[in-house]
Structures are given as C-alpha cells and as structure tokens.
Design a protein around this ligand. Sequence first.
Ligand SMILES: Cc1ncc(COP(=O)(O)O)c(C=O)c1O
Length: 399
Amino acid sequence: MYGKIKDFLAKELQDTREAGLYKEERIITSKQSAEITIKDGDRDKPVLNFCANNYLGLADHKELIQAAKEAMDRRGNGLASVRFICGTQDIHKELEAAISDYFKTDDTILYAACFDANGGLFGSLLGEEDAIISDSLNHASIIDGVRLCKAKRYRYANGDMEDLEVQLKAAQEQRFRIIVTDGVFSMDGNVAPMDKICDLADKYDALVMVDECHSAGVVGKTGHGVAELFDLYGRIDIFTGTLGKAFGGAVGGFTTGRKEIIDILRQRSRPYLFSNSLPPSVVGAGLKTFSLLKESDALHTKLMDNVRYFREKMQSLGFDIKPTQSAICAVMLYDAPLSQKFAARMQEEGIYVTGFCYPVVPKNEARIRVQLSAAHEHKHIDRCVAAFEKIGKELGVIK
Ligand SMILES: Cc1ncc(COP(=O)(O)O)c(C=O)c1O
C-alpha cells in the first residue's frame, strides 16, 4: 500500500526542494536568547539571534524558569485531562484573570496555542447567516479558523480601509458581522489601523477581533497592544494572543474579551473542549510574566529603544526599511536570490536572520526580516548592523 503514496510524496519533496521552498531546521544547542549556539557540523557555533519572536527577552528569564519549576513542584507535570473534566487548577483561573487584567477585558479562556484560539473562535460564535470580513494578510491560523466556520467570507486588501468599507457594505444582509485582523502583520511589521477599523465597525454594526500575537507586549505606550496604542479600550470585542512570543516564548494561547463571548467559547470551542489543559509549568511561568509586566514596563522601553537604535543605524547606512511601530524590521532587498544569499552570508558572519521571498511575501518584495528583542544589548545590534554593512557592500546593496 505505502509504495504508491511513498513515490508520490518523494516527488513532492523533490519538487519542493527544486523550487527552493524546502524548509530546513537549524538546530539550537543553547537556551533561546540574544546569544545562542547552533549546531555547525560537530561543533556548536555561537551566533546572535535576530529572528525569534522573543520580543521582551523572557524566553530564558531566570524568574520565569524558577516560577515554572515551582509550579511543577506544587501542581505536577500535567493534568491528563481537558479543562472541563478534571483539568482546571486554581492557577489556570489565576492566569486567565491576569490576562484579563492586562488587556482590561471581562474574561479570558486559555488554549494550548493561539493557533487553537483562532481555530476555535469563529465556528463557536457564528453561523451561515453571519459574515466574517478578514484582512488579506491574516495569519494562517485565522484563515483556518474562518474555514471551520459556515459564515459568509469577505476579504479586504491588507490595511485598506476603503476596501474594508466596500466589504462591510456588501455584508449588510448578514445577521452578524465581524472584522478580523492581525494587530501587527509579521512580514512587514505594520500595525493594523485599529482606530479606523473600530470606526467602520460602529458605522456598519460589526464586531472587532484582533490577533495580538506580534503586537501585545510590543505596541502601545507601555506595550499593552493595539487597544493601548490607539486608545480603544472597550471598543475591541475579542483579542487572541500567545504565550509563545513576547509573553515568555514557551507555548499557550488565549482569547480574551467580552464576558458572554468567552462563556460561549467555554461551552462550544472545540480545541478547548477536546484538548488537554496547559501544564502547570507553562501556567506558572505565564503568571510570573504578567506579574513582572505589571511591576514595570522596563523591558518594553528597552525593546523600543533597540528598535529605534537598529532602524536609525541601518537607515543611515542607506538600507531600505519598511516603516514599523513594531519590533519587526523588514530590510528590503526586493530580489529573491539576493535575499537568500544575504541571509546565508549573515549567518556565516554569526548573525541569525531570515530571508523571505515569494511565495511567503509578494513577488519582487524579497527581504531580510529582523526581529528586535529586549534581550539585545546595543553591542549585539552594533554587530548585526556591522554585518549588514559588510555584506550589503559586498553584494552591492549599499555603497
Ligand atoms: C499572528 C499569529 N497568530 C497566531 C499564531 C499562532 O500562535 P501559537 O504559536 O501560539 O500557536 C502566530 C504564530 O506564528 C502568529 O504569528
């Protein structure tokens, strides 16, 4: 039986390789941080990491690791259950309350990942008489979540408010409407125009949902996300987010928002009803994350200083960087082979960044994506910029 599909899969893999789309995993042999080691033949090579979503530098934070260990000691390795059978501990409820407090929302529901939060959202709330109006660059987990829902689908061009209005008008026949967007789009680092989205939602009677995976912890005066950035508290109905990026870098997702919506999700959301609850170690570290962020916004201040420092240095060298209010800096090269060569040379110079080209980004928009972190010191950024300068000159990108 296996022979036939084996040959088919082998051919698919070969085609993927030939198209230059085969994804290799680089093996890290240290904790996740600014300075990491990766496997290079039979040695560990030190490199500086500029491609993690470790925005607040918490992935190897001592206090989080200690909190995870203590939670394991007190509450064990895992729950061996879904939440509603026998998988809810006091600390799960405490973490949900801490997240609601952070986002100033009514209630929160935890998931194993934000992929699940997005996957389990739309079908639980909406039916075929409703409408989902989704940004064209929304994350794969939103796209999959929307596919799992019978509501009529509308798509608007990325951040294009005229197009959103056209789609909202077209969706007026439906019973309920929801506008769905990423807070920060991960390829360009651009922030969704949430103020305008909320105005249009008011005008055309729609709910608003935002995925805060790349924006929470990062944008806003103290890093509390898009509601803080645009002063929209009380106007965004649903936020989804992850514990796997700014908030500790481990795993875990959540949906936070209006009371009745969260209540319904607890009754109906399939990834919540049919998947294990988060392990105590992750919950313990999550609680520590939100308590650290309540005490001080120093990590966010440092992150924003790093973003400014990197952008200023790169722009003064003549690099073309997309405008951003986030920690994602797209260094535009436009040419696909150049982006791959540039990223490979950066790694030879000890700087770990990723080159993106079509089909991940539009044709002729190849770039190197740099992600800044509060774990970076200026000396790390100086080394990164020096490598960009050296290779940029070598490859004729800058003079
Ligand atoms: C915008 C966005 N949403 C959702 C996810 C999924 O998050 P998680 O890793 O918690 O499943 C990601 C992760 O890449 C993301 O970037």
